[in-house]
Design a protein around this ligand. Structure first.
Ligand code: ASP
Length: 458
């Protein structure tokens, strides 16, 4: 049994939906499908609720969503009965969304819990039209809402984590009996339900993670993530045009690349699949014959060569200075506790005798300065910040064991005359990363890519 996940860019219009339909219908293996919302629908909902809205604006949004989904449905489902059933279900769901939006508007309140509920509607709509298309193609597809199915979450609204054990208990028997009845579940990605029964999302682009959670729960053989790109690349092709697709990655390599900027997978997708040694394949809907990237436990030799370079922009460094910071206990704890309470994620950290330097997203810089400003003297005497920081991460299984890789990376950087900020090596044996000023990101990336991949393309 397999899990196949399709992202919003593959569901953007009738033509791309039909490509998705062809891929699914031509694959005889029993499967569970997991979907994102139609392209930009979640964005529209998120930006809509970010302001106070009048009744008329609510009606306009509902009309717009209706038009988008009905027009795709019209292009992919021909059978009148199937289509009518899908239209009825769409209308029911849009009516519920409309009520939620009025609720937000009249109460003049948008709690994190309601935010998650409202965001979940993109997927609740996309599964209806996709299932209708598949029924038209002869697949016995049934739309399924992840919260009703029993994907159980823990943690915060907006960035929940799946409770894998509870989820398995809930969904394994249901999915198995659907498959026995020759049904193909078409499950909403992106969210589950809290133990109290409320909707909680897994963070933006979280449907990849949902698919991995489901693959774990049903002991899938393989998890296929279908995208609009060929797979993981050796580098961002917008920066280096000679970028090549990477055929194989280990779980760790894929996790590090995703965490540090490769936009191919949601950063947490690997965790649930890894727990059950499930192979992950990343494939391109628009070029399905291409091999894509296979992510698996141990087929990757520990060569120590760099497989890929990922980049992140819009970062900042916060430097907290305090005399003897290196000797005192609890400095790191105090600082990270405050940042965590303020919802600021620390991407990387380096400490010295006089300073603790932290890498965070630039958008949180003001917040970080504020919460660290009143740390008592003796812990922090002074805060300095550097914005316009970018990060480069070089990834390759075994890289941490092989001599000379760091020398090659930093020689290439120094030949470019670029100065390096924070460096982190040794935390992961498959990756190290360092920061540069944003303006130097592209040429540094090109220099490293050419050092490790250049000869192949000359
Ligand atoms: N629709 C959600 C988003 O846009 C989840 C996803 O696409 O994976 O973030």
């Amino acid at each position: 049994m397999k899990v196949m996940k399709f992202g919003g860019s593959s569901l953007k219009d009738s033509d791309s939906m039909l490509l998705v339909g062809g891929i699914i219908a031509s694959d005889p293996e029993p499967k569970v499908l997991v979907l994102s919302a139609v392209q930009s629908v979640t964005d529209s909902i998120v930006s809509f609720v970010s302001e106070h809205r009048k009744d008329e604006e609510i009606q306009n949004l509902i009309e717009r969503l209706k038009t988008i989904h009905l027009s795709i449905l019209g292009g992919v489902a021909k059978d009148m009965t199937t289509k009518q059933q899908a239209v009825n279900l769409l209308m029911e769901r849009l009516a519920k969304l409309e009520k939620v939006l009025y609720g937000i508007s009249y109460l003049e309140e948008l709690t994190p819990r309601t935010m998650d509920l409202v965001q979940s509607f993109g997927e609740r709509l996309s599964v209806v039209i996709t299932a209708a298309m598949l029924q038209d193609l002869g697949v016995n597809a049934i739309p399924v809402d992840a919260d009703e199915l029993g994907i159980t979450t823990e943690g915060n609204y907006g960035n929940a984590t799946a409770d894998l054990k509870e989820t398995r208990r809930n969904i394994h028997p249901k999915i198995r009996s659907m498959i026995e009845r020759q049904e193909t579940p078409v499950v909403t990605g992106f969210f589950g339900r809290t133990p109290e029964g409320h909707v909680a999302v897994f963070g933006r682009n979280g449907s990849d993670y949902s698919a991995s959670v489901i693959a774990n729960a049903i002991d899938a053989r393989v998890l296929e993530i279908w995208k609009d790109v060929d797979g993981f690349m050796s580098v961002d092709p917008r920066i280096v045009k000679e970028a090549v697709t990477i055929p194989n990655l280990s779980y760790d390599e894929a996790a590090e690349l995703s965490y540090f900027g490769a936009k191919v997978l949601h950063p947490r997708t690997v965790e649930p699949a890894r727990e059950k040694n499930i192979i992950i394949k990343v494939k391109n809907v628009f070029e399905p014959d291409k091999e894509g990237t296979t992510i698996e436990p141990c087929s990757v030799e520990m060569g120590g060569a760099i497989k890929s370079i990922s980049c992140m922009k819009n970062l900042a460094i916060v430097k907290a200075y305090g005399a003897g910071a290196g000797y005192k206990t609890g400095v790191m704890y105090e600082i990270s506790q405050r940042l965590s309470d303020a919802g600021v994620n620390i991407y990387s950290a380096a400490t010295s005798q006089t300073c603790v330097a932290l890498l965070i997203e630039k958008k949180y810089l003001g917040m970080a300065k504020k919460v660290l400003a009143d740390l008592k003297r003796g812990i922090v005497d002074r805060i300095e910040t550097v914005d316009d920081i970018a990060l480069l991460c070089v990834v390759g299984e075994g890289l941490g064991y092989r001599k000379g890789i760091a020398a090659r990376v930093f020689t290439a950087v120094s030949k470019e005359g670029v100065s390096v900020g924070l460096i982190s090596a040794g935390a992961s044996m498959v990756a190290y990363h360092f920061t540069v000023n944003s303006k130097d990101l592209e040429r540094t990336t090109r220099a490293i890519h050419s050092e490790f991949f250049g000869a192949r393309h000359e």
